[in-house]
Design a protein around this ligand. Structure first.
Ligand SMILES: Cc1cc2nc3c(=O)[nH]c(=O)nc-3n(C[C@H](O)[C@H](O)[C@H](O)COP(=O)(O)OP(=O)(O)OC[C@H]3O[C@@H](n4cnc5c(N)ncnc54)[C@H](O)[C@@H]3O)c2cc1C
Length: 548
């Protein structure tokens, strides 16, 4: 490749694409490189045999903020559909635990809902509400600042935050235990814990409060046209500024000069390697440890407490015969925990499934119907509907097949996948939607090996690094935009936190740092990256030479 770019971005998830789109709008020429055969990362969708499925974005909150921000980064205007039904106050998550809990999470009246269900736990619910309010205030801003300035400053302000708000230095289990002994309330407040995955005792309360806040404030939303609409909207903006988004372009090395400066990357295409130079810098959106591998381990190793990867999943993509009018599928999500006992802790339930996935009557299942979430689905796929059913599945259960070729793995692996999928479908989906049994026309099962192959995840982890307390209180030395290699930047979910909005926040932090928005004079003058981007005129059809 002879062309030169101002910046090269590795990875085309929301972290990489949004970084590239922001830089493009600021006038830079950016090359985005993606190893998969399509752009989008966890936002990518695939279609097969007449059905289209989302893969890693099922709902997004905070839309008052994100609607205008995303419109500043895409061609045209993106519409969003609120999940849930009006007569159910737009409940977005229904939690079904054992036979004892059925709880709808819905915004605005969520506190009343909890108080109604747990009248003896007023104090605990008040503390939960206060903790969410704390999360949305000063600490999150300070946490971002800790990642931008000198490490001693970060150490100082993070120590202060944890001293002043001790709940933010606790695990979710510890925080729940400090509020109440009522196990049913603890279970209910952990109903969407699958958004983090794993065990509550290993996960920072900070991120759980953040996720609750993300959805409880305004409810949950889905892009009209599916997550592909976001990817499709950003690519032309990058190309309009002279940049490109290349797929099947796996970066095999970040070229670092002897003086410690990132100069460009090497791209692997089959057995051939080519080099591309970046005039101003390389931005990696593939996570800290993969980035480090590409530099031949020139970055400092992460401390042990931060090295653990997040949970892995099995996903069943189900194509259904019948339109939305016929099947009347709900647009809200379901978090299902059949077989969970009243007295059982969340962690004991998940741990027991790790030991024996196919226990009779017991499973964890997240169920959503992408076709019901997207009002444009019926136009594109008339007479069809889709379901996506997900459960946690440890990497260790599939590891023995990791070296087999994708789509040509052994019969034994296929049989295991079928067995796991049948178990979750029977125990979760058919239990609540028995009418769908005779409607299935298509089924595809993705395991952690699929995430490893299609998303480049080292051990099939879904959300990048895991979420220990230290990640939110002591990681600012490593998980920050700037790296120890000059002109090499990190972006995406490992910079701040996981989730579509977390990865977008990573992009904001990184591009803001690159473009000088966090320099003290800029801050004092009130400069703000989003304000500047949102103020720019929206890019309409007529602003593009090529018809995309
Ligand atoms: C099953 C699942 C469900 C989820 N559900 C939700 C949800 O409902 N709501 C929500 O907010 N979040 C959800 N998330 C999380 C969210 O999707 C992610 O946190 C976020 O999209 C991550 O964005 P990212 O850009 O940081 O990384 P990614 O989207 O992972 O993008 C990284 C990209 O880098 C590419 N790559 C890797 N190595 C290389 C290389 N060497 N060269 C070139 N390219 C490379 C990968 O192929 C990938 O495309 C879910 C995730 C999963 C997996």
């Amino acid at each position: 490749m002879d062309e030169e770019y101002d910046y090269i971005v590795i990875g085309s998830g929301i972290g990489g694409l949004a970084s590239a789109s922001m830089l493009s709008r600021l006038g830079y020429k950016v090359l985005v490189l993606e190893q998969h055969d399509r752009a989008g990362g966890c936002m990518h969708v695939f279609d097969d045999k007449g059905f289209e499925f989302d893969t890693g974005v099922h709902y997004i909150g905070g839309m008052k903020k994100y609607e205008t921000r995303i419109n500043a980064l895409i061609k045209g205007t993106l519409k969003w559909n609120q999940l849930g039904a009006e007569d159910e106050h737009y409940a977005y998550d229904t939690i079904l635990m054992g036979d004892h809990i059925k709880h709808d999470y819905r915004s605005i009246i969520w506190k009343e809902d909890l108080l109604h269900k747990f009248p003896d736990d007023k104090e605990a619910i008040k503390k939960f509400a206060n903790a969410i309010a704390i999360y949305s205030s000063i600490p999150s801003m300070i946490w971002g600042l800790a990642k931008l300035y000198h490490i001693w400053f970060g150490n100082l302000i993070m120590k202060f935050i944890v001293w002043y708000y001790p709940e933010l230095g606790m695990s979710w289990e510890e925080l729940l235990d400090s509020w109440t002994d009522n196990n049913e309330l603890k279970q209910t407040l952990s109903g969407n814990f699958g958004d983090m995955g794993g065990l509550t005792k290993e996960c920072s309360a900070w991120i759980v409060l953040g996720v609750h806040k993300h959805y409880l404030r305004e409810g949950a939303f889905y892009p009209v046209g599916g997550p592909l609409a976001i990817t499709r909207g950003m690519i032309p903006v990058i190309e309009r500024a002279g940049g490109r988004v290349l797929v099947r372009a796996k970066v095999s090395e970040i070229i670092v000069s002897e003086r410690g400066c990132a100069m460009g990357v090497k791209i692997q295409k089959g057995k051939k390697e080519s080099a591309v130079r970046a005039k101003l810098g390389v931005i990696s959106a593939i996570g800290y440890s993969l980035t480090n591998k590409l530099t031949q381990n020139k970055l400092p190793e992460l401390p042990k407490s931060l090295q653990q990867r997040s949970a892995c999943h099995i996903t069943i993509f189900i194509g259904l015969r019948g339109s939305q009018e016929e099947l009347k599928l709900p647009s809200k999500n379901f978090w299902m925990f059949p077989g969970m006992g009243k007295e059982e802790t969340y962690d004991d339930f998940i741990s027991s499934l790790r030991g024996d996935f196919c226990q009779k009557g017991r499973a964890l299942g997240f169920l959503g119907f992408p076709s019901a979430k997207d009002p444009d689905f019926a136009r594109r796929f008339p007479g069809k509907s889709t379901a996506v059913l997900i459960s946690e599945l440890p990497w260790e259960l599939v590891e023995e097949w990791k070296d087999e070729k994708v789509d040509h793995r052994s019969d034994e692996y296929q049989a295991m996948k079928e067995k796991w999928a049948d178990h979750i479908m029977e125990t979760c989906m058919f239990k609540h939607f028995p009418n769908l049994r005779d409607r299935i026309e298509y089924k595809k099962i993705g395991s952690p090996l699929s995430s490893a192959h299609y998303l480049g995840k080292e051990q099939g982890e879904s959300y990048g690094l895991s979420f220990p307390v230290e990640r939110y209180t002591k990681s600012h030395e490593f998980l920050r935009p700037e790296t120890s290699i000059f002109a090499l930047w990190l972006t995406g979910q490992d910079v701040l936190t996981s989730g579509w909005a977390g990865a977008l926040g990573g992009a904001e932090l990184t591009v803001g740092a690159i473009a000088g928005y966090y320099d003290v004079p800029a801050i004092l003058s009130g400069k703000n990256l989003w304000d500047d981007l949102v103020k720019m005129p929206e890019l309409k059809e007529k602003d593009f030479a090529t018809d995309y």
